[in-house]
Design a protein around this ligand. Structure first.
Ligand SMILES: Cc1ncc(COP(=O)(O)O)c(C=O)c1O
Length: 370
């Protein structure tokens, strides 16, 4: 038994951290028959030709990867029409987000997060010594005005996911521009675009066109969602070259493994895969809220690869619905630890998984009414 109190020797803000709770998952061998709709992963397996070199790469794992991810950055630059020096890569975008927090935080500083936002932001803010300031949402949507009201002299970073997880709401370019003009340029604004590839609406921007205009923004992206590489852990960010230079100094020396660099480079060229994923997602993000409402629960428009569901606790028990689904081997995301007691979230999985989900959701409600 360790008697020393290690809590006394860490930054005080670390003691306020609540450990990240991922979407529920089952051990890999049991997973085959599970409909895992809890973590916003892609329902599609990556094309075979993308993994042709995987064996050889694993066999040469006695060597370190390219710490600068040159090949991957070149492909990202080509695909997204960027300059290589504007890009940093990471072991998932959560790695890049943590590097940003480490780089720009200061003990006693403040990081602004939105209510009902991604729960990893407060963790990395506190781990790097900052206090977390929460800006109220408006009708589940991130409120740029409320964020502006929370800015003080101590504010270091503002985290915004656009679209937002878990609400699926969006901030259009016009509103974003007005907001960015009002944020002092010594505050870093992180625009987390984890779900941006799903959006085809012209009123939205992923932020690429804004980095020359606003020196203080960093846009983070991931290969875990539309690119279907969640298990490989690959993310990246773009910003002006001065910010990227700083982040490059702080990141781990070999933070992206060789396999992920290689497969990431190849998946970016799979335009048809991307097109198929967008079409599938668009279909279900429209069907799901309508069907869920027919079943008797409240659901909301989403711009990402998941849908938010509200359970009226006077009529139904969310806990019972989620455990009924689990018994049917369907995993969804309870949002209680997001401060959303009445809500849960379902990812846009495969056609079969979603048909099963709707069928069993209806059964869970009928069982209650029987
Ligand atoms: C808004 C948002 N940002 C970042 C991440 C982390 O993604 P990654 O797998 O790239 O670490 C997630 C994951 O669900 C997310 O929802």
């Amino acid at each position: 038994m360790v008697s020393f109190n290690f809590k006394d020797i860490v930054k005080p803000s670390i003691n306020k951290i609540e450990k990240y709770i991922p979407g529920e998952s089952l051990s890999i061998n049991k997973e085959d028959k599970i409909s895992k709709l809890s973590s916003n992963e892609s329902p599609f397996k990556i094309p075979r030709n993308v993994i042709t070199r995987a064996n050889n790469i694993v066999l040469s794992s006695n060597l370190y990867p390219d710490g600068d991810c040159n090949q991957l950055k070149n492909q990202l630059a080509k695909t997204f029409k960027l300059k290589v020096k504007n890009i940093i890569c990471g072991n998932g975008s959560d790695d890049v987000l943590a590097v940003i927090a480490q780089t720009f935080s200061k003990e006693g500083g403040e990081v602004i997060c939105s209510e009902f936002g991604f729960t990893y932001y407060p963790i990395i803010a506190r781990a790097s010594g900052c206090n977390v300031v929460t800006a109220k949402s408006e009708k589940l949507k991130i409120s740029c005005n409320n964020i502006l009201k929370r800015i003080t002299k101590r504010t270091r970073i503002i985290f915004i996911a656009n679209p937002n997880n878990p609400t699926g709401t969006i901030i259009y370019k016009e509103e974003l521009l007005k907001f960015l003009h009002k944020v002092p340029q010594n505050i870093i604004v992180v625009l987390d675009g984890a779900y941006s590839e799903f959006i085809t609406d012209k009123r939205y921007t992923d932020g690429i066109d804004l980095i020359n205009k606003f020196p203080n923004i960093i846009v983070t992206r991931t290969f875990s969602k539309i690119f279907a590489l969640a298990g490989l852990r690959l993310g990246w960010a773009y910003s002006n070259e001065k910010i990227i230079e700083l982040l490059e100094k702080v990141r781990g020396p070999f933070n992206v493994n060789t396999l992920s660099q290689n497969i990431g480079t190849l998946i970016l060229r799979e335009k048809e895969f991307l097109r198929k994923s967008i079409i599938h997602n668009d279909k279900w993000r429209k069907i799901l809220p309508t069907e869920i409402k027919k079943i008797g629960l409240e659901s909301f428009e989403s711009f990402a690869n998941f849908v938010l569901i509200k359970v009226d606790e006077k009529k139904y028990s969310k806990k019972d619905i989620i455990s009924f689904l689990k018994k049917k081997r369907i995993l969804v995301r309870d949002l209680t630890n997001y401060g959303m007691k009445q809500f849960f979230r379902v990812s846009i999985g495969s056609n079969n998984d979603l048909k099963k989900f709707l069928r069993e959701l209806r059964n869970s409600i009928n069982k209650k009414n029987a």
